[in-house]
Design a protein around this ligand. Sequence first.
Ligand SMILES: [Zn+2]
Length: 433
Amino acid sequence: MNRHPPIHLVSLVAFGLAACGTPAGDGGGAGATATGATAVTSDSAGTLILRPDRIIDGRGEVWTGREVVVRDGRIVALAESGSTPAGLVYDLAGTTLLPGLIDTHVHLGWHFDRETGRIHSGESTDGPQDQALYAAGNAWAMLRSGVTTVQSVGGPEDVPVRDAIAGGTIPGPRVLTSIRPITAGSGTPEEIRAQVDELAAAGADLIKIFASASIRDGGAPTLSQEQLDAACGQAAEHGLRTLVHAHGPESARRSALAGCSQVEHGALLDRETLELLAERGLYFDPHIHLVFQNYFDNRERYIGVGNYTEEGFRQMEEAVPTALAAFREALTVPDLHIVFGTDAVAGAHGHNWRELAHRVTDGGQDPMEALVSATSLAARSIGLEDEIGAVADGLQADLIAVRGDPVADIGALEDIALVMKGGTVYRYEPGGR
Ligand SMILES: [Zn+2]
């Protein structure tokens, strides 16, 4: 299965669309460009006008009768629709405009090897350049699907991809990466501190920590309180956030006591632990659907590698209702910040929205709350709330348009009409899929 277009095509498409910020003027009046956007006047260079039916601002507000004005990569106004005197108009009739989605937990580099079709493992002959290209393909798949920022937890191949995207060489979401995780094998508290120092020096944007076993192995704690104190304490010394893989109450409780930033998965968490996370101000990033369903759908591509055993799959099947119950409990805990992340692995990139949809349709989350969790709340969780995550003056123009209204039907997130990141349009399909 190869959903990703070849990279050279990707780059051409992105480059061509990026050029639409300078409309092909026809001496004034309306002139359609190659992309279907329309210039209002000939002196509109640099101004883009997005005209949807409604705007969801990412902070809980809905606007109608407004257009978003973008200049130099940033949102400069939410103006009355039709009031902006000059600019290149993107007609988004029938759509809802919202901030690009922010996924706080992906695995950017995970992929199925081309030769075998199976999950990449140590036996592959792929070199580092192949790894980076697979990650670049995943990045493009996610950007096309409306995810404009990802936090990858994380492999060394993330780094060149992050930097190439940031430098404008290849298209993709903004990438933050932990590069490598801290695990039970990382050693004593002192050795863990040294590894955190190394990761900080290597340009890690955050530190990822495994404090419990995989759900396929029961999810029991794997790091002591002292080890977690060392990891999260040393990360804080560098101003780095800490994301902790923790399935059960004990590992999550230790993470909270250690002052870590965010707890991942949490399939087995009880109310008391969820309340502790809220009290200590940790973000909770549950994964209730996409990662499980993707494993089940791609079972043959995973089984036989590492802990992807028959027993491992059985444990995952058992975890589905447990994780859903923990999520439903979490929704009722006051002041708990439930942030959006998917744990997207090989096969799941570009389907990130399905996790959000499932939280609404099966988890019972309010759709607006779900959208906020994937936009302004997610931006706050990664320390970028002054740059992205909302449709507001001054923020970077990371915007998507979907046909329909995702508050009325969260499944509308699949039906993308426009993807813009930093003012550059990477996808514009006003007419439908
Ligand atoms: Zn993960």
